[in-house]
Structures are given as C-alpha cells and as structure tokens.
Design a protein around this ligand. Structure first.
Ligand code: PLP
Length: 354
C-alpha cells in the first residue's frame, strides 16, 4: 500500500481472479472458460475489424445489437453492452446502490459483488445460503435493498426457479440484479421474460462462458428502457467506448454462428453429466450442476490436496479458502477428452475405483 492511495481504499480487498497461465501450459479448468475453438468466420471478422480500428468504436454497437436481437429477442433500447459482464455489474453498483439503501447478496456467491460494494462504499447485507448451499428465497423478501443474485450461482452451480425469482421481485420495490453468467448451461433459460411483469428486474449476461469470448470482454444488461437509460448515463460518465470495435465485430460473428455455439453448449452439458457420474464413482459428492462447472468434495481428501495434486499433473482447477466451502473443488467442464484425462489423474489421487 503506498502513501498515495486514498485512505478510503486502504482496507479494500481486491478481487482475486483465478490463475491465468500461458496458453497450453495446463489443462485449464479453473475459470469456467469455453473449451472449444471459435466458429468459422470469427477470426476473419476480427481481421476485418482491424482495418478500421483507427476509428473509435460504434457507441451503439449497432450490428451486434441487431444480431443479439435476432438470437435473444431483446435489443433496441432494452440492452446495453458492456466490457465483460463485470462492467455491467459495476455500472449497476454505481447506478442503483445508494449509500443509505445498501446491497444484499449471498455469503457464497460471485466474489466481485463484495469487492464492488466495498469499492463504492456501499453497506452490505450478507445472507447465508442454506446448509445444502441453496438460496432461501424468503430471506430476500422485503429487503428493499439492491439485491444481487447469481442464477445459477457460482461456485455452487445451483439455481432458483423463475417462480422463486418472480416472488423475490414481487416482494421488493428495489432493484434485483440477476447475474446469468451460466444461464445457457441451465435447463430453463433466462429469467428476462419476467421483465414484462417487473420493472425492478435487471438481467446481466456474458459472452465469456458460453460464447468463448472471455478474453475479448463482452457482456450485456437487459432491462426496461428507463433502467437501461440510467446505465447508459453512468457508462457515458466513465467510458463511452466501453466495447471496442474488435470485440463488437467478434461478438456479431459469434452470434451469426449461434447454432455452432448451441451445439458446443449441449456437448458441455453432456460431458458435465458423464464427468459428475465418474466423480461419484470415485467417491466424491457432487452438487447437481446447472452450469459449465461442478462443485464437489471427497470424504477423504481435502479440496486443497486435490487441487495441488491435479496441478502437479498439469490440470488447473479452483479451490477457495473460505471456511464454508474449503472442502470443495470447483472444476470447469472442458472437452470430453480433457475430462477423461482428469478422471484418470483423479483415480491416481484418490486411490482408484471404489
Ligand atoms: C464469470 C462470471 C462473471 C464475469 O464474467 P465476465 O463477463 O467475463 O466479466 C460474472 N458473474 C459470474 C457469476 C461469473 O461467474
């Protein structure tokens, strides 16, 4: 900490991202990235965008917005694109979390909520998950604070139903932000259809996990016109050109090839089921996942040990030190081949088939 840092930030604990080694060094299953190559034409679209990168990017993301509307049925004034969904979250903290009202979110959830609250000086109400790691919807009734819910949640992989979200939205007048980073891997899809009924719903999504664009940084927020206008105002006060032109071109090309990505998503979901079953055969308890990762623990081997041993064998996964979840490991679902390799290594670590 230097003498120059503002006192207000001296105790701030920054977000700790998963390790990002040189590509190819590990089987990388620690940050829930997409394991497949980009669709055809995507690289070409990027190369073409380079030709015009001397110009500032399109403030409205026009082509991307059109393609997005074709694929997801929301566009026009109901969507704002962001530099990763992290930026959508940050804009929401800035726009909707006044100092007096505060924010509420789960004790085990995406680590950035707490960091943004602290950065913005917003009071936090931290709501413990149930013993089985489920969110208890009633805990979120009548809070009248800005609520952040990752649905499906990370790192647990569990989700609330749309009916449960509907109830939480009805029982609060304040904004409820639903972070749908993993929604493409879950059975019942986006809760954005509840926008018709609730003016306090803000849905946040990303191209990082299901569209293979983690490194290109593209996210989005879907809500009603009024809310999107608020977010635009904050965006224009920070970084109007928040989505660069290469990313816009790549995002557009990715959506033009949406069928390819849907195929990859269904392969990942199938691999998830196979991998989960194999983990169970090795003695793990596995939380049924609605995401592109599994959260699992072994009765005889600590999360830390499993994580270290996998690393020694060239596989990176995520282990969290937090007391409540320290026995668990979070493993991203990669290709079928990668997951078969992981199972072979795990057999060595936990002593073969039971
Ligand atoms: C990965 C993740 C994000 C951030 O995604 P980016 O779009 O890459 O910024 C947001 N929320 C949750 C719950 C995530 O797991």
């Amino acid at each position: 900490m230097s003498w120059a840092l503002d006192e207000r930030l001296s105790s701030l604990k920054a977000y700790v991202p998963g390790e990002q080694p040189k590509p190819g060094q590990y089987i990388k299953l620690n940050t829930n990235e997409f394991p497949y190559a980009p669709a055809q034409n995507v690289a070409e679209a990027a190369a073409e965008a380079v030709i015009n990168m001397n110009l500032y990017s399109d403030l409205n993301c026009t082509s991307l917005r059109e393609e997005f509307k074709r694929v997801f049925s929301y566009g026009d004034k109901n969507v704002i694109f962001t530099n990763g969904s992290d930026e959508g979250l940050y804009l929401s903290f800035l726009a909707f979390c006044g100092k007096n009202s505060g924010v509420a979110f789960a004790d085990i959830t995406y680590g950035f909520y707490s960091v943004y609250a602290d950065l913005c000086g917003i009071e936090k109400e931290i709501i413990p998950l149930a013993d089985d790691f489920r969110i208890i919807p009633e805990d979120y009734y009548n809070l009248n604070k800005t609520i952040f819910i990752a649905n499906p949640n990370a790192p647990t992989g569990l989700k609330l139903t749309h009916d449960q979200l509907d109830e939480i939205l009805s029982k609060n007048e304040s904004i409820v932000v639903v972070d749908e980073a993993y929604v493409d891997f879950s059975a019942d899809g986006s809760c954005a259809k509840l926008l018709k009924k609730h003016k306090n719903l803000v849905v946040i999504g990303t191209f990082s996990k299901s569209r293979g664009m983690a490194g290109a940084r593209l996210g989005y927020v879907i809500s009603n016109e009024e809310i999107i206008e608020d977010l635009e105002k904050v965006k224009y006060s920070i970084n109007p050109y928040n989505v660069n032109s290469l990313t816009q071109a790549v995002g557009t090309a990715v959506l033009k090839n949406n069928d390819y990505y849907l195929e990859c998503i269904s392969k990942i979901c199938k691999t998830r089921v196979d991998f989960s079953n194999q983990l169970v055969d090795l003695g793990f308890s596995v939380i049924p996942s609605e995401t592109n990762f599994v959260f699992a623990k072994h009765p005889d081997y600590s999360g830390e040990l499993i994580s270290e041993e996998l690393r020694k064998n060239g596989v990176l996964i995520r282990h969290f030190g937090n007391e409540r979840i320290k026995d668990y490991v979070r493993i991203t679902i990669g290709t079928e081949e990668q997951m078969n390799t992981v199972i072979e290594i795990l057999k060595e670590i936990v002593g073969g088939q039971k």
